[in-house]
Design a protein around this ligand. Structure first.
Ligand code: NAD
Length: 274
């Protein structure tokens, strides 16, 4: 399917690896120019090089111009970081057609031990940063008559996990905000906002949480992996490319009638009917 977004400009946050990188790959594969962001310059540059190779191959395959890839190493949860992506040299300023919001998730723990600072950090990263990115780009999108915003949240928004209280709280705040804005006047101007809720995906983050579980329980990694996969009806973890494909579709012309939705992608792990 031709997603009809070749030549558009996307900002993809937290894109040096994992789910953000999966989204950047799928967009570049569809001819979309990307500004990618992450904190560590070296890792981000390696991702940018990989995306450029992909962009050239896609252009040859599909006959559109090769997508441009611009890497901006910064912390997207800071004011300076957001300014940096908006003023990226040769980049489109705030004229992004597509924005994929993403940053690392907050640490697990017992809510009794979290002071105000821990909450502010989580809310900043997983609620206020996406809101700032939406605020900076949405009116431009509406004026141009096309916009796609995709927020990477978590299946924990629908099925909260006790030790992920910071994530449950901050991301639920974002979800409520998005539900309102998606249905505001921008909806009639070609702008959609949706959230994708990942279940268990094979990324460094999941690897990190499994290592922590292994050291806490004294079990080996294979046993932990097996146990984690056993709770997924698909009996495996998701691949970031599968996540990226859904993201690219939500950014397509064809997805213009999908807005304000929370889409689970979890191999069937959430067991409710709705
Ligand atoms: P990951 O650790 O593999 O990758 C995170 C990416 O974001 C990296 O590129 C990292 O450099 C970047 N990043 C982190 N903080 C940043 C910041 N402040 N500024 C700029 N870049 C930053 O993680 P992932 O598995 O791809 O997860 C992405 C998001 O999805 C996280 O918020 C995570 O909590 C959430 N999530 C992941 C899973 C999963 O199974 N992988 C499940 C539910 C939710």
């Amino acid at each position: 399917m031709n997603l009809e977004i070749a030549g558009k400009w996307a900002l993809v946050c937290g894109a040096s690896k994992g789910l953000g990188f999966g989204c950047a790959k799928a967009l570049v594969d569809n001819g979309v120019n990307v500004v990618i962001n992450a904190r560590r310059a070296e890792v981000l540059q390696a991702a940018a090089s990989e995306l450029t190779v992909l962009a050239d191959a896609a252009a040859k395959r599909d006959g559109f111009g090769a997508a441009t890839v611009i890497a901006v190493a910064c912390d997207i949860t800071t004011v300076e970081g957001r300014e940096a992506v908006f003023t990226a040299a040769g980049g489109p300023g705030k004229d992004f057609d597509i924005v994929v919001t993403n940053a690392g998730g907050p640490p697990p723990g017992d809510f009794r031990e979290w002071e105000r600072d821990a909450w502010i950090k989580a809310i900043d990263a997983n609620m206020l940063t996406p809101i700032e990115l939406i605020k900076a780009t949405i009116d431009g999108m509406a004026a141009r008559g096309f916009g796609r915003i995709v927020n990477i949240t978590s299946s924990a928004v629908k099925a909260p996990i006790d030790i992920l209280g910071l994530s449950n709280g901050a991301r639920s705040g974002l979800t409520g905000f998005v539900a309102g804005v998606a249905r505001s006047s921008i909806a009639a101007k070609g702008v959609t906002i949706n959230n994708i809720l990942p279940g268990k995906f094979a990324t460094d983050r999941l690897e990190g949480t499994m290592k922590a579980a292994a050291s806490k329980s004294g079990k080996d990694m294979d046993a932990i992996r097996e146990a984690q996969q056993a709770v997924v009806p698909a009996r495996r973890f998701g691949h970031p490319d599968e996540f990226g494909a859904l993201c690219a579709f939500l950014c397509s012309q064809q997805a213009g009638y999908i807005t304000g939705q929370n889409m689970l992608i979890d191999g069937g792990m959430y067991s409710g009917t709705f």
